[in-house]
Design a protein around this ligand. Sequence first.
Ligand SMILES: [Fe+2]
Ligand SMILES: [Fe+2]
Length: 189
Amino acid sequence: MRYLLKPLKRYLSKNRLYHSIRTMETAVRLSRELSIDTEKVKIASLAHDIAREIETEKMIALASKKFDIENWEKSYPLLLHGKAGAVLVAELFSVNDVDILEAIAWHTTGKPGMSDVAKIVFIADYIEPGRDHLDGDLTERLLNRSLDEKLLIVVKERMDYNRKRGNPVTKLSQKLYEELRRGVDTVEA
Ligand SMILES: [Fe+2]
Ligand SMILES: [Fe+2]
């Protein structure tokens, strides 16, 4: 991971670099628990926020290279840092693995039909131990759950958290939530 760490230091403040490292550690732990290969997970989770501190205009320009950006998204440029990050990682490190790029692109909103790698990164980003919204209750509810059960719990938590803070809840998050609700009947969420 050294080849990633050095450039990441150029793009991220110390605090966000530490968040990225904790997200990777959490993602690796989850992958092992769920018997999912850790290699792609490591790269995607460590690099997921690479575009988070890029200025708005540049972020929109980067994301637009590979994604159709709707007008409303430009009003919430922070939502675009996933898509911009996927483009940046592909350019900087010649990564063309779909699972890795998808995990980075959609870690902000999630979307229906995500790969296991993307699911893990989405969960780890929200529950890494430095997050101040974490409480023992959430940690306990996630114990001994399948990947989709954990994801359902986290997606619901994240949507509620965003609503409370007046942040937008995207249609994609809503669709992911509905998809998971149809597939998972063992979780109260
Ligand atoms: Fe992020
Ligand atoms: Fe993050």
